[in-house]
Every structure is written in structure tokens, then in C-alpha cells.
Design a binder for this molecule. Structure first.
Ligand SMILES: *[C@@H]1O[C@H](CO)[C@@H](O)[C@H](O)[C@H]1NC(C)=O
Ligand SMILES: *[C@@H]1O[C@H](CO)[C@@H](O)[C@H](O)[C@H]1NC(C)=O
Length: 276
């Protein structure tokens, strides 16, 4: 008799739990990193569902202190979003702008903790300069033109296109027969340079990831020299030690050398110490 009652109570309880209650589950979790400009500000979104409806708050990481509003610098919006308004350079505060956060969703049924977000605010001034970097190329060899800017700006730039006179050259161009390739890293490669390549002008167009500001470089010319006598191959580019790419995207591995006669290239792939 006693055990039947207990069984009923247990079943009744678990049915009620399954029908009416659910612990917090994230619908929107913040990203693992957020880099933003002081001129734009940014926000971290977070929301969770469950029954009863969970309450969303933020904590610092790893010390787990409750995040509070800091006037003009950090605001908690009613919908769970943590907002960082644009700010002046002198208002930068490391504990607000260069900090790690986690979102916490709590209800009477439980608590869920989001992944950790590393937040980094960058002080940016409007406007930046880009220029074309290149070296003289021997006729018949490959030329490499890169787009460069001040080191602290460069890390946020992507090259969106190149211009050769008025012709636009886009990255990921699949025209393999063409002599002009914009690589996944944003460099312009010209295969087997011709004298006419020395009569064109080249400029690059960039996009700043934090401010969305676009800039076009001044047009630059390329010096194409006549091959003289014979010279051994000379590498024209520092080698990349690591290249990262999103899965499913194209990657260009490049090798650039000059010499006379024009060098031939062979690629090797090393898999667990075996070359093939
Ligand atoms: C919360 O509100 C802000 C400001 O109105 C909005 O930008 C953001 O998208 C909202 N977040 C969610 C999760 O709805
Ligand atoms: C961001 O910081 C720079 C200085 O590094 C300053 O010139 C600029 O005015 C700031 N932006 C805003 C919106 O205050």
C-alpha cells in the first residue's frame, strides 16, 4: 500500500515536471570573441527559453562577478543584451572593454551558463591609408602585388578587389587560364609578366572589419625588367608558416621566385613525414 502510494507520487511528480517545467536552454549564445571599434560600439546578445521563463544576466569571467551598468560605457538592455556604446579614447576601461564575460540564464528549475566571450575594444581613428607594395619583376616571371597599411590597421583589413587600370579583379577568380589571380590572402599575382604589365596602373580596395570603412590605394605602377643573361631562382616572398581558412573555402598556396630563365615550380605535400 505504502509503496504504491510512493510510486504514484513519483510518477505524478515526473509527469508534472515533463509537462510544465524545463530548465533554461540558450536560443542565442554570444560568440567566443568580439572585437569592436570605439567609434561604433557593439553589443553581446543572449537569450534563453524554458519554463518558467529564465532570467538572463551577465557575469565576468573567470571571477564570476555580476555585471552592472557603467554609465556611458556598459548597459544591460531589458532583453538580455549587453550593450557597449561608442566611447572616447580617454574613457577606455580595461575591466569593461578588454574583458571576458559569460551570460547566465536562471530560473527556479536551474541555471545555464554560456560560453566565455573575450571582448576587445580597439581605438580607431576615422580614415586610414593603404598602398600597393611590389618589387620589380623580370619579364616572364610572376609578379606579386600586396596591399599594405599601418600594422595596427592592417590586421583588421581585407582586400575586396584590385584594379588594373579600370578593370576590376576579384578574389577567388576561377578564371584559371587568366594571368591575374587575387589570392585568398588578398595579394595580386600576375603570371609570366609581360612588358604591357609595366604600362598599367594597379590599386587595391580594402574593407575595415571594425568600422566598415572602405579605402582605395593610390594607383601604382609595376616595373617589368628585361631578362638579362642568366640568374638563379630567387624567392620573392616570405613563406607563410600557417594559413587558416574556413572549411569549404578556397585557399591559395603561393610560391613566387624570379630568375632567368624563368623558374619552374614543384609543390610537395608532407603528410606525417612522408613527402608526395
Ligand atoms: C535587444 O535589443 C537591442 C536594442 O533594441 C537589439 O539590437 C537586440 O537585437 C535585441 N536582442 C534580442 C536578442 O532580441
Ligand atoms: C575613438 O578613439 C579615437 C582615438 O584613438 C578618437 O579619435 C575617436 O574620436 C574615438 N571615437 C569616438 C566615437 O569617440
Amino acid at each position: 500500500m505504502d509503496s504504491t502510494l510512493l510510486l504514484l507520487l513519483l510518477t505524478g511528480c515526473s509527469v508534472k515536471f515533463a509537462l510544465g517545467q524545463q530548465g533554461p536552454v540558450f536560443i542565442l549564445e554570444p560568440p567566443s570573441t568580439l572585437v569592436f571599434s570605439n567609434t561604433t560600439g557593439s553589443q553581446l546578445g543572449c537569450s534563453a527559453h524554458g519554463s518558467p521563463t529564465p532570467h538572463v544576466t551577465w557575469i565576468t569571467s573567470p571571477d564570476q562577478r555580476s555585471v552592472t551598468a557603467v554609465p556611458g560605457l556598459r548597459q544591460l538592455l531589458g532583453n538580455g543584451t549587453l550593450y557597449f556604446p561608442p566611447f572616447l579614447a580617454q574613457d577606455f576601461r580595461a575591466e569593461v572593454h578588454n574583458a571576458r564575460y559569460r551570460c547566465r540564464a536562471t530560473s527556479s528549475v536551474g541555471t545555464a551558463l554560456s560560453r566565455e566571450v573575450t571582448l576587445r575594444a580597439v581605438l580607431t581613428v576615422p580614415g586610414y591609408d593603404v598602398r600597393v607594395n611590389r618589387q620589380p619583376v623580370m619579364e616572364g616571371c610572376n609578379a606579386v602585388l600586396s596591399c599594405t597599411a599601418r600594422e595596427d590597421v592592417k590586421e583588421h583589413l581585407t582586400v575586396t578587389s584590385w584594379f588594373r587600370d579600370d578593370a576590376i579583379l576579384l578574389p577567388g577568380n576561377t578564371d584559371t587560364g587568366g594571368r591575374f589571380v587575387v589570392t585568398s590572402q588578398g595579394d595580386l599575382h600576375i603570371r609570366a609578366a609581360k612588358p604591357e604589365d609595366g604600362r598599367a596602373t594597379y590599386s587595391c580596395l580594402t574593407l575595415h572589419a571594425l568600422t566598415s570603412e572602405r579605402r582605395k590605394s593610390e594607383p601604382a605602377t609595376l616595373t617589368v625588367t628585361e631578362p638579362t643573361g642568366s640568374s638563379p631562382p630567387r624567392l620573392m616572398q616570405r613563406s607563410e608558416i600557417a594559413i587558416s581558412a574556413e572549411s569549404g573555402s578556397d585557399v591559395h598556396l603561393t610560391c613566387s621566385a624570379q630568375g632567368s630563365p624563368a623558374p619552374q615550380f614543384t609543390w610537395y605535400r608532407d603528410v606525417n613525414g612522408w613527402f608526395n
